[in-house]
Design a protein around this ligand. Structure first.
Ligand code: SF4
Length: 491
C-alpha cells in the first residue's frame, strides 16, 4: 500500500455530469431539494476502478505528478474508498478549493440562505470520517493545500482542533517533496507553510499530469498581468505553457475516453502567449488549431471582455474553429461593476487596451461578441466593494439592464477581502441596502430568463437528456419560486 494517499472531498471529486458550470452547485447550502437528489444533480461521485478515480481535480493531479517525479510511493483515491487505502499510509494529502465556503460564490449564498455550503460540509466530513480519525491516532500526517488554503487563517480554532498537520499555501511544486518527506520521517511540520516568491515554480519546474483530470481540464498558463486590487492571482508572475506541454496533458486525458472534451485553464485564455494585454493572434490561433485537432469539444475557464472586444476578428476566427465541432462553449468572465469610476479605482488595467473610463462600453461590446459567437459567459459582479457608492450601484444596474439580450449568467458576489484588499472588512448580508437587493433580484431575473435556453443547448442530442434536463428544469422552477419568496422577505 502507498505511503502517501491523495484525495479531496466529494464536491471536488466529481465530473459534474461533464459540465464544469454545474460545479457551481457545490457552493450552495442544503436547500429545498432533498440532499440525495441535489448531490446527484450537481456533484455525483466520480467513477472509480477499484477505488481509484478515473479522473481527479487538476491541482491534485499536479501534486501527484510532482510527488511521483520525486520518487514517492503515492496513490490518488476517491474519498468514498479511502478506508481501503489509508490503513498503512503515513501521510494524507487533501486538495482544497473553498474548504470553509468563504469564496465569493459560496459565502454569498451562505449569507443569503444562512446555512453552511455543501463544499464546507463535505470538507469537514472528510476530516471526520472514522478511517481518517483512526489513522490520525496511529500517527498519520495530514497535509492540505490548494487555492483555498488562505481560508485557514480565518479559522485558527478549527486548525488547532482538526488534526491537520500542515497547510501549504501557494504554488507548491518546489516545496511539496520537502513537506511530504518531513511527514514520512515523522518530523514536525510547520502548521502553515506559505510558498515565498523564491519558491514559485518556473515553467520547467512544473511537471505534466500523469493521470486524467476532471473534465479534461488542462492549464495553459499561470498568473495575470491586469493587477486588479481584489484578486489573489495578480500576486503571481505570468507564465504561459508551450503548446507541446498542453498537448501532452491533453493526451493523458484522452486516454480516459473518446468523448473527453478539453477545458483550457488560464486567467485569460484570449491572452495565451502574450506578455501584455493585447492578444497574440499567432499563438492563440496555433493553440486552438492544435487543441481542436485532438479534442471533441472545448471550453475556456476564464477570459477577459477587454481582450475579446479588442480583437473581434481574431475572436471570430477562434469561435469559427470551435463551433465547427460543437454548438456553444462557456467561460467565466469578470464584469465586477458597471461604474467606470469604480473600475478606475479598483481595476484600472481590466479594460486595457481600452481606457478604464470606457469599461461599461467594453463589457457591452465583449458580451455582444460572445452572444453572436455562442460563447456563453458566467459573469461575476462584486457587491459591497469598500469604495462602492450608490451611484456606482446605479451604473451597474444600468449595465445589467443593457445586457439583458446577451445569453449569459450574471452572478452577484459579496466582496471578499483578497489580493491587495485583504485587510479590508468582509461584506455581510446585513449590510445590503435597498439598491443591493434590487441588483440581486435583477440578476436573478436575468439568469432565469436565460437558464432554460442554456439547458436546451447543453442537453441537445444527448440520449440521457430528457431525465436529467427534467431534473434541472424542476430545480430552476423551484429556485425561481423560492427566490421570489425570498425577495418578498427582503422588502
Ligand atoms: S483580470 Fe481577473 S485574474 Fe487578472 S487580476 Fe483581474 S480579477 Fe485577477
Amino acid at each position: 500500500m502507498p505511503d502517501v494517499i491523495l484525495t479531496s472531498d466529494r464536491t471536488l471529486m466529481s465530473n459534474y455530469h461533464n459540465n464544469e458550470f454545474l460545479g457551481f452547485g457545490t457552493c450552495a447550502p442544503p436547500n429545498f431539494v432533498p440532499e440525495w437528489l441535489y448531490t446527484y444533480l450537481f456533484f455525483p461521485h466520480i467513477k472509480t476502478k477499484q477505488g481509484i478515480p478515473v479522473a481527479a481535480p487538476y491541482g491534485l493531479r499536479k501534486a501527484e505528478a510532482q510527488l511521483l517525479k520525486e520518487g514517492f510511493d503515492v496513490a490518488t483515491v476517491s474519498p468514498k474508498h479511502l478506508k481501503h487505502f489509508i490503513g498503512e499510509a503515513k501521510a494524507l494529502g487533501i486538495y482544497i478549493m473553498d474548504p470553509f465556503g468563504l469564496g465569493p460564490a459560496s459565502s454569498t449564498l451562505a449569507a443569503i440562505l444562512k446555512k453552511e455550503p455543501y463544499l464546507a460540509k463535505h470538507f469537514k466530513g472528510l476530516l471526520n470520517t472514522p478511517e481518517v480519525v483512526e489513522a490520525k491516532k496511529r500517527g498519520l500526517k495530514v497535509v492540505v493545500g490548494g487555492p483555498g488554503a488562505w481560508q485557514f487563517k480565518y479559522r485558527p480554532e478549527f486548525v488547532e482542533s482538526s488534526g491537520i498537520d500542515c497547510i501549504v499555501e501557494g504554488e507548491a511544486e518546489k516545496v511539496l517533496g520537502k513537506v511530504f518527506r518531513t511527514a514520512l520521517n515523522g518530523e514536525k511540520l510547520p502548521k502553515h507553510y506559505e510558498v515565498d516568491m523564491g519558491n514559485v515554480p518556473k515553467l520547467e519546474d512544473i511537471p505534466d499530469i500523469v493521470q486524467p483530470s476532471v473534465n479534461g481540464l488542462v492549464e495553459i498558463g499561470r498568473g495575470c498581468c491586469r493587477g486588479c486590487e481584489f484578486c489573489n492571482v495578480t500576486l503571481r508572475p505570468l507564465r504561459w505553457y508551450p503548446v507541446e506541454k498542453i498537448l501532452r496533458e491533453i493526451d493523458v486525458n484522452i486516454e480516459l475516453g473518446k468523448n473527453q472534451g478539453v477545458c483550457l485553464h488560464g486567467e485569460d485564455v484570449m491572452l495565451y502567449g502574450s506578455n501584455n494585454v493585447t492578444p497574440n493572434d499567432e499563438k492563440l490561433l496555433k493553440l486552438h488549431e492544435a487543441v481542436m485537432k485532438k479534442a471533441d469539444s472545448i471550453s475556456w475557464s476564464h477570459c477577459s471582455l477587454a481582450a475579446v472586444a479588442s480583437k473581434p476578428k481574431l475572436f471570430a476566427q477562434i469561435s469559427e474553429m470551435i463551433l465547427a465541432k460543437q454548438a456553444w462553449w462557456g467561460a467565466e468572465i469578470g464584469i465586477e461593476t458597471g461604474s467606470a469610476m469604480l473600475a478606475k479605482k479598483i481595476m484600472p488595467a481590466k479594460a486595457l487596451p481600452f481606457k478604464a473610463e470606457e469599461w461599461p462600453e467594453v463589457v457591452k461590446q465583449g458580451m455582444g461578441l460572445m452572444h453572436d459567437s455562442l460563447l456563453v459567459p458566467a459573469g461575476t459582479l462584486i457587491v459591497g466593494l469598500p469604495e462602492e457608492r450608490e451611484e456606482d450601484l446605479l451604473k451597474t444596474m444600468e449595465l445589467v439592464d443593457d445586457l439583458k439580450d446577451c445569453r449569459s449568467l450574471i452572478v452577484p458576489l459579496f466582496f471578499v477581502p483578497l489580493g491587495r484588499l485583504k485587510s479590508e472588512d468582509w461584506f455581510k448580508q446585513t449590510e445590503l441596502t435597498e439598491l443591493h437587493k434590487q441588483l440581486l433580484v435583477q440578476c436573478a431575473e436575468h439568469d432565469f430568463r436565460w437558464v432554460g435556453n442554456l439547458m436546451d443547448m447543453t442537453f441537445a442530442g444527448k440520449w440521457y437528456s430528457p431525465a436529467l434536463k427534467g431534473g434541472y428544469k424542476f430545480f430552476a422552477w423551484m429556485a425561481k419560486r423560492k427566490t421570489k419568496q425570498h425577495v418578498k422577505s427582503f422588502h
